[in-house]
Ligand binder design. Structure first.
Ligand code: S3P
Length: 445
């Protein structure tokens, strides 16, 4: 069970000066989930370094153990996985507790869909509100059967079919989780499964499955990405080095841009183009973000990011950038609140079904911190302070069990005059347990 719903912990984040020195953020959450899942389906021992040891990834590990994989922690970030082979996941004897993690839930639902087992998925109050119809619909076409709670949400029971029926499916929402769920079910389908992606989303599943030896190929047709995978696959053991998470680095990049006198290097940040949209948007706003020592780590581009305090200007954020920065809008809104002029964001309906409704949650939280915000159905319009700190406020902002709201408002407090009270910091442990220690350390230099 994740701690966040049980032990709320409030904290007031106050201005504590410039961010300096060098820091390293933990491993990428998306890649960490996938390392464990694909390792659990491979034959032999997969070894992973740099694994994110946050609650969400631990929920994935526990579920895979319950389905027969052997997963052991050897040292900090260093894990060993003995897989069972595609088609050989075992019937779990317990409910799969997903905590706060949408990625664990939706990707594991894909895995279970093509195995002859029955599983019960449960989650916390945030996850239990999130839509699952987007995965039960295509997985149902592949032969899986579901009993969901009213509204198609968790708790739910799934019964898989082995081998599953291959399908061709055009994604109605731009979602890497839906794409991945179908491809994972396709690993044990009787033939070729095809996913058509009108708007490209993060491609870690495709890259990593190829690395594990799956027969997966990608074509471009009429401007759409067409991904095909051959079923009844055999995955081979891998050695994986997980790069630092750009979605975690994002909080420190924005903090260093906003706080005068900051000069910070964030080491080993993953810069996969399907994830790096925030850095592009911040550069368009005038942010000084320099990439040092660009290199390849585990099939992904990484670099050290050198960030200096910058005067930011408001922009109209190109909605085409949204999929490559989908988790970064809460912290982009904070950057916009201190920029000069107006920032307009559009096309962000998906933010309403994340760990919280991130459009309303951030509008309310930033208003409490003294920012000027207009909420629209598909985004926020923000009039910045022109570089002055936000006023801050005494009324606690509401996190809604959403780690990214908590971390974004911690940075807002840091860039304010009087501080920001965050009602509950415990959800931060789902993705970035070291966040507060790293923030306190970078400002103590
Ligand atoms: C993720 C995909 C994204 C993202 C989430 C992680 C993944 O969700 O918001 O935090 O690892 O595939 P969607 O697939 O819903 O866009």
């Amino acid at each position: 069970m994740s701690a966040n719903s049980t032990y709320p912990r409030s904290r007031r984040f106050i201005p504590a000066g410039p961010l300096k020195g060098r820091i390293r953020v933990p491993g990428d959450k998306s890649i960490s989930h996938r390392s464990l899942m694909f390792g659990a389906l491979a034959v032999g021992e997969t070894r992973v370094t740099g694994l994110l040891e946050g609650e969400d990834v631990m929920a994935t590990a526990a579920a895979l153990r319950a389905m027969g994989a052997t997963i052991e922690r050897e040292a900090e970030g260093a894990w060993s996985i003995h897989g069972v082979g595609v088609g050989s996941l075992l019937q779990p004897q317990v409910a799969l507790e997903m905590g706060n993690s949408g990625t664990s839930t939706r990707l594991l639902m894909g895995l279970v869909a093509s195995h002859p087992i029955s599983t019960h998925f449960t989650g916390d109050a945030s996850l239990s509100k999130r839509p699952m119809g987007r995965v039960t619909e295509p997985l149902g076409l592949m032969g899986a059967a579901f009993e969901t709670s009213p509204g198609g949400t968790l708790p739910l029971t799934e019964r898989g079919l082995s081998p599953a029926v291959p399908i061709t499916y055009r994604l109605p929402v731009a979602s890497a989780q839906v794409k991945s769920a179908i491809l994972l079910a396709g690993l044990n389908a009787a033939g070729v499964t095809t996913v058509i992606e009108p708007v490209p989303t993060r491609d870690h599943t495709e890259r990593m499955l190829k690395g594990f030896g799956a027969d997966l190929w990608i074509e471009e047709q009429n401007g759409e990405r067409v991904i095909r995978i051959r079923g009844e696959a055999e995955l081979k053991r891998q050695t994986i080095e997980v790069p630092g998470d750009p979605s975690s680095a994002a909080f420190f990049v924005v903090a260093a841009l906003l706080v005068p006198g900051s000069d910070l290097v964030i080491e080993n940040v993953g810069l996969n183009p399907t994830r790096a949209g925030l850095f592009e948007a911040l550069r368009q706003m005038g942010g000084q973000i320099e990439e040092l020592e660009r290199r390849e780590v585990g099939g992904e581009t990484v670099a050290d990011l050198h960030v200096r305090h910058s005067m930011l200007s408001g922009i109209d954020v190109d909605p085409a950038l949204a999929p490559s920065m989908i988790d970064e809008f809460p912290i982009l809104f904070v950057a916009a609140a201190l920029a000069q002029g107006r920032t307009v964001t559009t096309g962000l309906e998906e933010l309403r079904v994340k760990e919280s409704d991130r459009i309303t949650a951030m509008a309310e939280a930033l208003r409490l911190a003294g920012a000027r915000i207009e909420e629209r159905e598909d985004g926020l319009v923000i009039d910045g302070t022109g570089g002055d700190p936000l006023p801050g406020g005494s009324e606690p902002i509401v996190t809604h069990l959403d780690h990214r709201i908590a971390m974004s408002m911690a940075i807002a407090g840091h860039a304010s005059r009087t501080g920001v009270e965050v009602d509950d910091t415990s959800p931060i442990a789902t993705s970035f347990p070291q966040f507060e220690a790293l923030l306190d350390g970078a400002t103590a230099n």
